[in-house]
Design a protein around this ligand. Structure first.
Ligand code: SAJ
Length: 431
C-alpha cells in the first residue's frame, strides 16, 4: 500500500485525502492549523460538504487517514494549499512556496510531487523545480513533478473528484505518467496528459471562461432593464440554441476561484488581457449596482429596514468566502440602512431566523437562491414585512404569486419599478 502525504487540508486537500484513503492508500494529511488537525483526528470535518464528515470519520476510525502539522516521508506528495491574490491582484504564492520547502527533508528517490493549487502559468517550472533541485535528486528520473489542477464544484466535491475528467501536466513524460497512475486509482473520468504549463493555463481558462460569460450575462441584464426585456426569459430562449450557453446574471461573483483566477492571467498578460480584465470589473461592479438600486427603491422611506436573504457566495453551500452578499450587506450598513440577515446554511452569530429577519422590514432583498428561499410563501412574507416590496437579484421568485400577494417585485435584469432618481410613494408602497 502506497503512502500519500497531502499538504493542505482545506476544501480540496481534505476531500482528496479522504478519497485516496478509500482507494487503498495510506494517507497522512498535513495542515499548519493545529485546530484543524485536531478536529480531523477526532473524526470530524471542518468543511461543510455533503458526505464528507461521514467519510472522514470512517477513514480516521479505520486508520486509513490521519492528520499532522508536519509532513512525513511518503511515496507521493500532493500540495493543495490556497493561492489568494494580493492587494495588487497578483497571485500570492507564499503557501505554495512554503509547502514545497517543507518537503525538502522528506523527498526521496522515486517520489512523485503533485501541485493541485491554482497558479499562474510556469509556476511549476519556475517556482517548484528550483526548490526541489535543492534535494540533489534528478527531476524526471529520481523525482517526478506534475501540476494537476483540481476542478471540483463546491457542493459536489466528492462526486466530481471521482467523475470529472482530469488534466495531468508533467514537467516531463515520466512525471505525467506517474501522476496519471495515481489519479487512475480513483478517477472515473478521462485523464488527459500534457505539460505542466499547459495544465496551469487550462485551469485558469476554465474559470476565466465562466467569469467572462457571467459578466456578459450581467451586462445583458443591465441592458435588459433599460429596454423592458425579461433577461431570465431571454437567456432561457437563447440557450435553446444548440451552440449558446449564456450563464446567469446576479449580484456579483464570489468564492475563492472565479473571482480570483482571471487575475492570474491579467498579471502575466497585462494589456493583452483586455476582455478578461473588463469582465472582472463588470462582475466586481455588481454589488455596488445592487446597492444603488436598493437606494432607489427605498428613497423617500424614512428609517428603512432591509431583510437580506442569503449571505453565502452561491446557492446551497455554507461558504461565505468572497461573497458578494457580504459586500452588499456592508455597503448598505455603511449607507445607514438597518439590515437584518437570514441564511439557513451560513455560520454567523448575527444571522436571524427567517421570521425575525423579515419582521418589520421595508424591503426583502434576495441575494442567494437557496432552496429554502425559492419556496418562500409570499403570503407568509406579506404578514411579516412592513412594506410589500421585494428585490430579487437571482431571478428565482415566481412573479405571479408574489404580485397576487400584493407585492411590488423588482427583479435584476427584468423589471424595475423606478427610474433612476424617482421615488416610491410612501402611501402606495406601504400596506
Ligand atoms: N455565478 C453567477 N452566475 C452563474 C454562475 C455562477 O453569478 O451563472 C456566481 C455564483 O453565484 C458565485 C460565483 O459565480 O458567486 C462562482 O460560482 P460557480 O458555481 O460558478 O463556481 P465555484 O467558484 O463554486 O467553482 C468553480 C468551478 N469552475 C467552473 O465551473 C469552471 C469549479 O469547477 C472549480 O473547481 C472551482 O471554481 C475552483 O476551485 O477553481
Amino acid at each position: 500500500m502506497k503512502k500519500v502525504c497531502v499538504i493542505g487540508l482545506g476544501y480540496i486537500g481534505l476531500p482528496t485525502a479522504t478519497i485516496l484513503s478509500e482507494s487503498g492508500f495510506n494517507v497522512v494529511g498535513v495542515d499548519t492549523n493545529a485546530a484543524v488537525v485536531a478536529k480531523i483526528n477526532q473524526g470530524n470535518s471542518h468543511i461543510c460538504e455533503s458526505n464528507l464528515s461521514e467519510k472522514v470519520a470512517k477513514a480516521i476510525a479505520e486508520g486509513r487517514l490521519r492528520a499532522g502539522t508536519l509532513p512525513e516521508a511518503a511515496d507521493v506528495f500532493i500540495i493543495a494549499v490556497p493561492t489568494p491574490f494580493t492587494a495588487e491582484k497578483e497571485a500570492d504564492l507564499t503557501a505554495v512556496r512554503s509547502a514545497a520547502e517543507s518537503l525538502l527533508s522528506y523527498l526521496r528517490k522515486g517520489n512523485l510531487v503533485i501541485l493541485e493549487s491554482t497558479v499562474p502559468p510556469r509556476t511549476t517550472l519556475d517556482l517548484l523545480l528550483p526548490i526541489f533541485k535543492k534535494t540533489g535528486l534528478e527531476i524526471g528520473k529520481e523525482l517526478q513533478v506534475a501540476f494537476c489542477p483540481e476542478r471540483v464544484l463546491p457542493g459536489k466535491i466528492l462526486e466530481e473528484l471521482i467523475f470529472n475528467s482530469r488534466v495531468v501536466g508533467g514537467v516531463d513524460h515520466a512525471s505525467a505518467f506517474a501522476a496519471r497512475e495515481l489519479y487512475a486509482s480513483f478517477v472515473k473520468g478521462d485523464i488527459y496528459l500534457t505539460d505542466s504549463t499547459t495544465a496551469e493555463m487550462t485551469k485558469l481558462m476554465e474559470n476565466t471562461y465562466r467569469d467572462v460569460n457571467i459578466a456578459l450575462a450581467n451586462e445583458f441584464a443591465l441592458i435588459a432593464e433599460q429596454s423592458g426585456v425579461n433577461i431570465w426569459e431571454a437567456i432561457r430562449y437563447a440557450n435553446n440554441h444548440p451552440r449558446v450557453n449564456i450563464h446567469q446574471p446576479g449580484p456579483g461573483v464570489g468564492g475563492h476561484c472565479i473571482a480570483v483566477d482571471p487575475w492570474f492571467i491579467v498579471e502575466q498578460a497585462g494589456s493583452l488581457a483586455r476582455l478578461i480584465r473588463t469582465a472582472r470589473e463588470i462582475n466586481d461592479g455588481m454589488p455596488g449596482y445592487v446597492v444603488e438600486r436598493v437606494q432607489q427603491l427605498l428613497s423617500g422611506v424614512s428609517s428603512p429596514r432591509i431583510a437580506v436573504l442569503g449571505m453565502t457566495y452561491k446557492a446551497n453551500v455554507a461558504d461565505c468566502r468572497e461573497s458578494p452578499a457580504l459586500e452588499i450587506i456592508n455597503l448598505l450598513r455603511e449607507k445607514g440602512f438597518f439590515v437584518s440577515v437570514c441564511d439557513p446554511l451560513a455560520q454567523d452569530e448575527l444571522l436571524l431566523p427567517l421570521e425575525e429577519a423579515l419582521a418589520g422590514a421595508d424591503l426583502l432583498l434576495l441575494l442567494v437562491g437557496h432552496h429554502d428561499f425559492r419556496s418562500l410563501d409570499p403570503l407568509k412574507a406579506a404578514k411579516l414585512l412592513r412594506r410589500p416590496l421585494v428585490f430579487d437579484t437571482r431571478g428565482v421568485l415566481e412573479r405571479g404569486s408574489w404580485e397576487r400577494a400584493g407585492f411590488l417585485l423588482a427583479t435584476l435584469g427584468e423589471f424595475f419599478p423606478v427610474q433612476k432618481g424617482a421615488t416610491i410613494n410612501e402611501n402606495t408602497a406601504a400596506h
